[in-house]
Design a protein around this ligand. Structure first.
Ligand SMILES: [Zn+2]
Length: 321
């Protein structure tokens, strides 16, 4: 509708506004993302096939004194290789939550400045009861008591301290532990240092993405924790890696051979055992011509084998070999 203003107004990544409903006390903003290619969290194949839509209401930070609800048309994709259905991922919305990360951040920042509930309500136009509901899902205490598992995730918020803020979550109870204004190494180190060592030693699992700073700091400050990087982050890397090998190869190939590689993406990315017989043959033929691609393909298959193993010990052994 207003393609360029949507993003500037809402400051949400990749979202466009379809409709706005105004009232004295509230604003409803109907939003959607554009369909795009997605990587299946199960097998790593790419898919564009939309399965269905659902409507989800999301609370967002107030605007001009009005309570803002985002009405998101949530898209589910269908993986054409393995049949898995999965929801689109939205950077502004943590899984399992019905409010934007920035709203949680906003409420916390107000209460941090020792605003009373009533003051915060006057200031934001959000009713006291709504704030109470919000607080209900935010377990805000500078975590001097840490749970067994801690997960860190980042989001683009509205703090003046930096582009990215971090959110700390108890992934087992789906509760927000704290929100940090900054994800830099020095800030995080200071923050972890402020938590008694005794508490940090209790943490058994630390979940994060592949950002090296998170991993390095976790090793220092949570020496008893297993560092867990979500499977999804690995599958993405594996898919990128094998795609790079294939693209490099296709570029350097004589035209006469290229015809064998026409459907190559669809043949290389899915699990080999799930290909139809004729596609298995086509895949074999393609792999025959190049050692790099054959090796990459073998490693990809091996990686998925490991992912699907039932016992953690077996997985560990495979990785160590
Ligand atoms: Zn799949």
């Amino acid at each position: 509708m207003y393609p360029n203003y949507s993003k500037a107004f809402l400051d949400l990544e990749d979202v466009f506004v379809k409709k706005v409903i105004q009232a004295d006390s509230f604003l409803k903003v109907f939003i959607e993302t554009r369909p795009s290619e997605h990587i299946c969290p199960c097998c790593g194949c790419k898919t564009k096939r939309v399965h269905d839509y659902r409507i989800q209401k999301i609370d967002d930070t107030p605007f001009q004194g009005k309570v803002v609800t985002l009405v998101l048309r949530k898209r589910r994709y269908l993986c054409t290789s393995c049949g898995k259905r999965f929801l689109e991922h939205y950077s502004f919305l943590p899984s399992y939550h019905r409010r934007t990360k920035r709203l949680a951040f906003y409420v916390i920042s107000l209460l941090r400045q020792t605003f009373s509930l009533k003051q915060a309500s006057l200031l934001t136009g959000v009713s006291v009861s709504t704030i109470c509901k919000l607080l209900d899902t935010i377990h805000y205490a500078p975590p001097d008591k840490l749970p067994e598992a801690v997960s860190i995730d980042e989001f683009k918020g509205n703090a003046s301290t930096g582009k990215y803020q971090c959110i700390l979550v108890d992934p087992q109870k789906h509760r927000i532990l704290d929100i940090l204004p900054d994800r830099t190494q020095s800030h995080l180190a200071d923050y972890w240092r402020g938590i008694p060592r005794k508490e940090r030693l209790k943490v058994k699992f630390f979940v994060c993405d592949m950002w090296l700073t998170y991993v390095e700091l976790a090793r220092i400050f949570f020496p008893n924790a297993k560092i867990i990087v979500g499977k999804y982050h690995f599958i993405r890397q594996v898919t990128w890696a094998i795609e790079n090998v294939r693209k490099r190869l296709q570029k350097s190939m004589p035209a006469s051979l290229r015809k064998y590689y026409k459907r190559s993406r669809k043949l290389i990315l899915p699990r080999y055992k799930k290909l139809k017989d004729e596609n298995k043959q086509a895949c074999d033929l393609m792999l025959q011509y190049n050692d790099d691609l054959r090796l990459a393909h073998m490693m990809k298959e091996w990686f998925y084998d490991i992912c699907q193993m039932e016992s953690n010990r077996c997985q560990q052994r495979e990785f160590d070999e």
